[in-house]
Structures are given as C-alpha cells and as structure tokens.
Design a protein around this ligand. Structure first.
Ligand code: PLP
Length: 377
C-alpha cells in the first residue's frame, strides 16, 4: 500500500490544533500512573492528584472554582450538558451562528439574529427576554468559521436583568483570547482540549457557583460530584491542562492571518465577518462563483489543508448556516476557512498565498465568473 499523504501545510486549527509539546509531556507522564481516580488506595490517589491538579489549573485559568468545573468528553458534551441542565423547563434562545453542538442540543430554540458582520443583535435579545419568562441564552464567544467575537459580557448583563441565564460556548476562544467566566458574568461556559493544543477526548463545563449543582446527562458511577458519570481519562485531562497553561494569546498570529487575507483578496476573495472583532488566527474567505468544496480540494492537492466553512462529520460540505445568517447569500457555499495553528509560520502562509493564487487563476480561466461578483444579498 502506498504511504498515506499528509498535507505539509496545516491551516485548519479550528478543526483541531496540533498537540503542544507540554501536553505531550504531561500525557506521557500521566500514562505511567496506573490507578482509577475513584479508588481509595495509593494508586487511585496518585491518579486523583493528577486530575485534581489539572482541574485546579484549568479553573484558575478560566475563572471558576475547581469545584465548579465538570470534566466532559469534549466541547460537544459540555454544550449539551449545559443546555440539558440549565435549559430544562426554560425556553432556550441561541445565537444564529452557534455551532451544531449547541443547535442540536436545543431543538426548537428561538434563534437570535446576527448582523452582516456576524455580531448578535442585543436589542433583539432584550426584546425577546422582556417578552417572556426567564430563558437560557446560548451565545458563543468566538465563531468557529469566521472567528467573530460576540459581546458575551453585555449579553450576560441583559440576561440577568430578566432573570435569565447565559451559556457561553468558548471552545474556539479558549487559549486564543481572554476567556474568563467570572469576568464575563456568564452562568456556564464550555471549552475543549483539542481546540487549544491538548489531545481530543476531554472538555469542561464551567459553572457559576450559584448554578453548579446540576443534573447529569450521563449519571453512571456518580463521578464529578454526580454531574458526569464515567471513569475520567486522566492522561488526556493532564494534557488538556498542560495545553491550556501553555496557550496564551493568538494575537501574534494576526500579521500572518492578514497576509493570507491580502493574498486572497487580491484574487477576488471577500473576507466574511472582516468588519467585526475577530480571533487573530481565523479568516473566512469567499471566492464568488467557486464552490467551497472545489477550493478545499484544489488547495489540498497543492499541499495546503484548510476547510470549507461547514464540514460535517460525514465529510460532506454543507452550505454554511453561519454565513447564511450573516445574509451573505450564495457566498455561504463559496467560503473556505483558514485557521492558523499556534505553531504557524510565515512560510506556511506564503505557501497558502501561492497555492491560492494559482488556484484562483486556474478557476478564473475555467469559469470567467470566479472572483468577479461582489457582496450579494
Ligand atoms: N463549539 C464550537 C464553537 C466548535 O467549534 C466545536 C468544534 O468544532 C465544538 C463546540 C465541539 O467541540 P468538540 O469537538 O470538542 O466536541
């Protein structure tokens, strides 16, 4: 069998970040500790120590008490647990650009619109909350496709004025911008290990102390103070905490992101959400007239890994509900996401720029419409 071919330039960090060396070290050390953290003997206590040290470090980093942090299998489960626990018996309102982890956990939720830049409309949130009984509102801190950052602290204030709760999906923000539950004044917050340079397989739901006694989604053996059953993956959790400690601020990636954008815009691309505050590592680039899938494949063949705005787990490419909510019309099926990992280099971005220009030139020859349209409704 021929060896598998891997794209040498990886610009799909929002799908999963490369493992940080500190995380690798912590995982390796923890794998050598045999013991179930629920066991009372010395081996169990050793495993428990690793887990509780990890919990404490993550709690300090993200602004909660250690007792208010519940380990989960990842971001999807943390979102689902928040909505299950805090949304029960309440109406649920979700931002129009939320991740499917939130959308699928809140069927029938009222959708809060965003403007053309992708920012949630807080006047509409105020009217929705003033109209009815207390709600659970879900608003992401940073969007996975565009990187657009939502005003979650303002949203939390509005929610509390009407006796409502705010859940923040901070999966893409954690490790890239300041992410602190107590500073935001939110009631719960989800994060995920593999999105900040840790291993896949762990995440956390952080809770404000007032709501931290929640009903589990998975009851099992009563782990996590009865809030999430199941033997925890101690080594994965150790890697999660080490990655979070090593992660800082993605702001240093802004010049590289801007360089990638300039190269694409010179070929006719439109930056979706470019007017809003955004994560420094993320850009959503629509090339009018060219399907996102075609672009992803062309760039992959050129050795550059990016993703279509919305790739679902089946690998199929759907039209992006995020860009549709931003009223970007047919551009919603024509945008790729370029997301720089923590270890991105200028050479990576130059490789992207060259591959993108070659792709756009070739597609323009094949399809004279490519790159020609401007913003559409
Ligand atoms: N929330 C957002 C904003 C995401 O981007 C993702 C994953 O892409 C998730 C939640 C789900 O996280 P996980 O992959 O850890 O389940």
């Amino acid at each position: 069998m021929p060896p598998a071919r891997f794209a040498p330039v990886y610009l799909d960090a929002n799908a999963t970040e490369p493992l940080r060396p500190d995380a690798r070290g912590a995982i390796a050390a923890a794998l050598d500790v045999t013991g179930n953290p629920s066991s009372v003997h010395g081996a169990g206590r050793a495993a428990r120590r690793i887990m509780e040290d990890s919990r404490e470090s993550l709690a300090v980093r993200f602004g909660v008490r250690p007792a208010d942090l519940v380990f989960t299998s990842g971001g999807t489960e943390a979102d689902a647990l928040a909505i299950h626990a805090l949304g029960g018996g309440r109406r649920v309102i979700i931002g129009a650009t939320e991740h499917d982890a939130v959308r699928a956990a809140a069927p029938g939720a009222t959708v809060l619109p965003v403007d053309r830049s992708g920012t949630a409309d807080l006047d509409t949130l105020t009217s929705l909350l003033a109209e009815g009984p207390p709600a659970l509102v879900c608003l992401m801190l940073a969007n996975n496709e565009t990187g657009v950052i939502q005003p979650v602290a303002d949203a939390a204030r509005i929610c509390h004025r009407y006796g409502s709760w705010l859940h923040v999906d901070a999966v893409q923000a954690a490790g890239r911008i300041a992410t602190d539950l107590s500073l935001f004044g939110a009631d719960s917050m989800a994060i995920s290990s593999h999105k900040l340079g840790g291993p896949a397989g762990a995440g956390a739901l952080m809770l404000a102390s007032a709501v931290s006694s929640i009903a589990p989604l998975i009851a099992g053996g009563g782990q996590e103070r009865g809030r999430r059953g199941g033997t925890p993956p101690v080594a994965v959790i150790a890697g999660f905490a080490a990655a979070a400690e090593a992660s800082g601020d993605a702001a240093a990636l802004a010049p590289l992101r801007d360089r990638a954008e300039r190269a694409a815009v010179a070929c006719g691309a439109i930056v979706c959400g470019g007017d809003a505050p955004r994560l420094a590592n993320t850009t959503s680039l629509a090339l009018p007239g060219v399907r996102a899938e075609t672009q992803v494949i062309a760039l992959d063949l050129a050795g550059v890994a990016v993703s279509a705005g919305a790739a679902c787990s089946s690998g199929k490419v759907a039209v992006s509900h995020v860009l549709q909510a931003m009223a970007l019309g047919s551009l919603a099926g024509e945008a790729i996401r370029v997301s720089l990992p923590w270890n991105a280099t200028a050479a990576d971005v130059e490789a992207f720029a060259a591959a993108y220009s070659r792709m756009a030139l070739r597609l323009a020859r094949e399809n004279p419409d490519a790159g020609r349209r401007t913003l559409v409704d």
